[in-house]
Design a protein around this ligand. Structure first.
Ligand code: KG4
Ligand code: ZN
Length: 337
């Protein structure tokens, strides 16, 4: 069964064709990073306009790359939640039109479940039950996962998402957008023990996260209290200073993400650990979770590197399981943020 997947939940326009939930025939992502870079973050109106302009060419490209005619598609799947509402609507509208025109079923997919499903597209399947960490620009959540469609929320961020913290700290350090890859790159040259940034554990026995404190701590460390936007714009740091702050910040975030994920796996008696979402592309995070969780006896299945960031192969893959479970969406299905 060939499913066309569509994801426009944030700032990437993505379409993919996946066969039987596991063979990726194509995976096209049109990145808007260059449009949002000078604003230091995603501007929803700009994202929406770019989605409108690119969704049809990206859909056609996904069919061409897969070597299939769109008329041979068996179902159309789309992310309906969560995300930027205007951005989601464009993908959902395109999916409805395609499903109706091609006379095939429409399947609604949850973006966070799709990030977890990336682990099923790895060479080695995840061990279940698993504790799944989804860390992206908009979310940081832990789930107890029993299957591709069965996730129980254990905890989530009470303020900023982990990726958002990477983006904001990159902005303070003047490293550009998106911040995660830029921080990882310069952190490789720095000392992760140079600055002792706070690790916010909240209730030790709970699984919620908080990343706004560390962002403020970085700002105070770099520019003191009461720093304005102009101070950030005028700042002139040495490359060594930036590398040390980036490395120390990254280390603190990784400590918390890995610490909470391992604690959750232990408490729930899970057999495996899954990580997905844009932040799961982070090398030090992948290494630490593999080391620590494996040492504790959990089988770790990180999302394949190329499927961490937003894409539609994870949407089309997960949709296969919805279809098998008879979960077809009506043409009236709504997008929700
Ligand atoms: O999953 P994603 O592509 O989009 C959302 O659903 O939000 O995640 C994007 C986020 C951004 O905040 C970006 O800075 C972060 O993932 N990110 C990283 C890395 N690559 C992307 N964070 C840390 N290290 C990375 N290598
Ligand atoms: Zn995402």
């Amino acid at each position: 069964m060939r499913i066309l997947g569509i994801d426009t939940s944030c700032d990437d326009t993505a379409c993919a064709v996946v066969e039987d939930g596991e063979r990726i025939l194509s995976n096209v992502v049109s990145s808007q990073d260059w449009l949002h870079e000078r604003f230091g973050g995603v501007v929803p109106e700009i994202a929406c306009r770019a989605h409108m302009e690119t969704i049809l060419p990206v859909m056609q490209q996904a069919a061409d790359d897969a070597g299939v005619d769109l008329r041979s598609i068996d179902a159309v799947a789309v992310t309906t939640t969560p995300g930027l509402i205007g951005a989601l609507l464009i993908g959902v509208t395109a999916a409805k039109a395609a499903g109706w025109a091609l006379e095939v079923p429409l399947i609604a997919v949850d973006h966070l479940q799709a990030h977890i499903y990336a682990a099923w597209l790895a060479d080695d399947k995840p061990a279940l039950p698993a504790v799944s960490l989804v860390a992206s620009g908009g979310h940081t959540s832990l789930y107890l996962t029993q299957g591709p469609l069965r996730h129980e929320l254990l905890g989530s961020t009470t303020d900023d998402a982990a990726g958002e913290a990477f983006d904001k700290v990159a902005n303070i350090l003047k490293l550009g957008y998106p911040g995660g890859p830029a921080i990882e790159r310069v952190a490789a040259e720095g000392n992760p023990r140079a600055v002792e940034f706070p690790r916010t554990w909240l209730a030790r026995e709970g699984f919620d996260f908080s990343f706004s404190g560390i962002k403020t701590a970085v700002l105070y460390h770099c520019l003191g209290q009461n720093a304005s936007k102009e101070d950030i714009a005028r700042a002139d740091y040495s490359p060594e200073f930036v590398a040390d702050v980036a490395a120390s910040f990254q280390q603190a975030v990784v400590d918390v993400l890995v610490g909470k994920t391992c604690a959750a796996a232990e408490r729930t008696g899970a057999a495996g650990v899954i990580i997905g979402g844009g932040v799961a592309a982070n090398g030090p995070l992948r290494r630490r979770i593999c080391e620590d969780a494996s040492r504790m006896g959990f089988k770790v299945t990180p999302a394949p590197l190329e499927l961490c960031r937003d894409n539609a192969a994870i949407v089309a893959g997960l949709a296969f399981h919805h279809h098998a479970a008879g979960e077809i969406a009506p043409l009236s299905v709504a997008a929700s943020p």
